[in-house]
Design a protein around this ligand. Structure first.
Ligand SMILES: Cc1cc2nc3c(=O)[nH]c(=O)nc-3n(C[C@H](O)[C@H](O)[C@H](O)COP(=O)(O)OP(=O)(O)OC[C@H]3O[C@@H](n4cnc5c(N)ncnc54)[C@H](O)[C@@H]3O)c2cc1C
Length: 369
C-alpha cells in the first residue's frame, strides 16, 4: 500500500487553516505549524465576496459561512465633514448575480470555523508554539527547522505565514514589504453601547480627501465593525463620536503594506499561499478571499495528481495570474479612492466596485486546474 504524502503547512491564519482543510479532505497527511502559543480571538471584519463563498463551499464550509456571516444591508456614502449623503447604496445583489451572497464576518469566527473543521478531520494536525526558522527544500522533500532547534521532514511544504513570511524569505531571498502610505484603524464596538442614531443607516462609508471610513454590523448587530483608512483624523461629528466609543482593547492600528508580485512561488518541494505569496493592500477587500481561493485550488491540484511536482505546477499555474491581477487592481484603487474631492471618490468607488465584481464570477471548484 502506498502511503499518502506528508505536507507541512506553515502558518495557522485563514490561508494556512483553509489549505490544511483542503489537503486533509484529499487524504494528505498534514502537519500545521503555527508560531503563536494558542489560537485566539483576533482581528475584526472581513468581506467574504461570492468568489470566497464558492471556495468555502468547496471546502465544506458553505453552511457555516451563512450562519456566522451577515449580508450587508442597504447603506450610504457620506461627506466626511458635513455628513451629507453623497449617494445611496442599494442592498447588495450578489446572491442574484453571482449565485452566492456577499457576507461580512468577524475574522475570529471564520478562523475558529476553519480550525474546528481541521480538528474534526485530524485532531493532531495543528501544532501551536512552533515558530519556523529555516526551510531546506530539496527536489525530493523538505526539512523544516523550528526556533527550538528541532526539525521535521515532509514530502512537501506550503508557506502560509503571512505578509512577513519567513518561508518566502527562505525560498526567494529577503525582500521588504512596501508601505502604501496609508494607515488603517480597525475597531469593534459592542452594539449595545451605540446610540441607534449613529447607526442610521447600518452600513455607511464616509469619504474625504485621502481618507475614508467604512462601518457595518457583524454578528447580527452585536458588534459594530469599522475600518478607517487615512493620514489624519478630522471626520464629521457622528463619525468621531462612534470612534470614541471603541474600547481601547478593541481598537487596532495597522500600517498598510503590500508586496511586489513574484514570478514564481515554488522552489523545489515548497510553495507559498495567501499573504506570503501575494500580500495586497485592503482596498478591494480580497486578502482573505484570495487565500481561500488558493486553498481550494491547492486541494483540487492534490485531487488531480499524486505527483507532488505536478501538483505544485498545477496550483501555481492556476493561481499566479489571478492573484497578480487582483493585486494590481487593489493597488490602482488606492490612487482613485483617495482622491482630494469626495465626489470624485464616489465616482471612483462606483467604477471600482464594477471592476471588483469581475472577480466575483470565479469559481474555485470548477476553474481548470
Ligand atoms: C492577527 C491577525 C488579524 C487580522 N485581522 C484582519 C482584519 O480584521 N481584517 C482583515 O481584512 N484582515 C485581517 N488580517 C489579515 C487577513 O487575515 C489576511 O490578509 C488574509 O486572511 C490572508 O491570510 P494568511 O493566512 O495568508 O495570513 P495571516 O492571516 O497573516 O496568517 C499568517 C499566520 O502565520 C503565522 N506565522 C507567521 N510566521 C510564522 C512562522 N515563522 N512560523 C509559524 N507560523 C508563523 C502567524 O502567526 C499567522 O497566524 C489579520 C491577520 C492577522 C494575523
Amino acid at each position: 500500500m502506498t502511503r499518502s504524502p506528508h505536507v507541512i503547512v506553515v502558518g495557522g491564519g485563514i490561508g494556512g487553516l483553509a489549505a490544511a482543510l483542503g489537503l486533509l479532505r484529499q487524504g494528505q497527511r498534514v502537519t500545521l505549524l503555527e508560531q503563536v502559543a494558542s489560537l485566539g480571538e483576533v482581528g475584526a471584519g472581513l468581506s467574504i465576496t461570492p468568489n470566497a463563498g464558492k471556495a468555502l463551499d468547496f471546502l465544506g464550509l458553505g453552511d457555516v459561512i451563512s450562519r456566522i456571516g451577515s449580508t450587508p444591508p442597504a447603506g450610504q456614502i457620506r461627506h466626511f465633514q458635513t455628513g451629507a449623503t453623497l449617494v445611496n447604496l442599494p442592498q447588495d445583489q450578489s446572491r442574484e448575480k453571482y449565485g452566492k451572497p456577499l457576507y461580512h464576518v468577524h475574522r475570529a469566527d471564520l478562523h475558529a470555523a476553519l480550525a474546528d473543521a481541521v480538528a474534526a478531520l485530524d485532531s493532531r494536525c495543528l501544532h501551536t508554539g512552533c515558530e519556523v526558522r529555516h526551510i531546506d527544500s530539496r527536489p525530493d522533500g523538505v526539512r523544516v527547522t523550528l526556533a527550538d532547534g528541532s526539525s521535521i521532514d515532509a514530502d512537501w511544504l506550503v508557506g502560509a505565514d503571512g505578509i512577513h513570511s519567513r518561508v518566502r524569505a527562505e525560498l526567494m531571498g529577503a525582500d521588504r514589504p512596501n508601505f502604501t502610505g496609508y494607515v488603517a484603524w480597525r475597531g469593534l464596538i459592542p452594539g449595545e453601547i451605540v446610540d441607534p442614531a449613529l447607526l442610521d443607516p447600518p452600513l455607511c462609508m464616509t469619504v474625504g480627501p485621502r481618507r475614508m471610513l467604512m462601518r457595518y454590523p457583524l454578528r447580527r448587530g452585536a458588534v459594530v465593525n469599522f475600518v478607517a483608512i487615512a493620514r489624519r483624523s478630522d471626520f464629521e461629528t457622528h463619525t468621531l463620536r462612534l470612534l470614541a466609543l471603541t474600547p481601547v482593547d478593541r481598537l487596532f492600528k495597522w500600517g498598510l503594506f503590500d508586496r511586489d508580485p513574484l514570478p514564481s512561488w515554488t522552489r523545489g518541494r515548497a510553495t507559498l499561499l495567501g499573504d506570503a505569496a501575494h500580500a495586497m493592500p485592503p482596498f478591494t477587500g480580497q486578502g482573505a478571499v484570495m487565500a481561500l481561493e488558493d486553498a481550494a485550488i491547492l486541494g483540487r491540484a492534490a485531487a488531480a495528481t499524486t505527483d507532488i511536482d505536478e501538483l505544485l505546477r498545477r496550483y501555481e499555474a492556476a493561481r499566479l495570474p489571478r492573484v497578480t491581477a487582483a493585486l494590481a487592481m487593489s493597488r490602482a484603487r488606492a490612487e482613485l479612492y483617495f482622491a482630494d474631492d469626495p465626489m470624485q471618490q464616489v465616482r471612483a468607488l462606483g467604477a471600482g466596485m464594477a471592476e471588483l465584481r469581475t472577480l466575483y464570477d470565479y469559481d474555485a471548484a470548477t476553474v481548470p486546474v
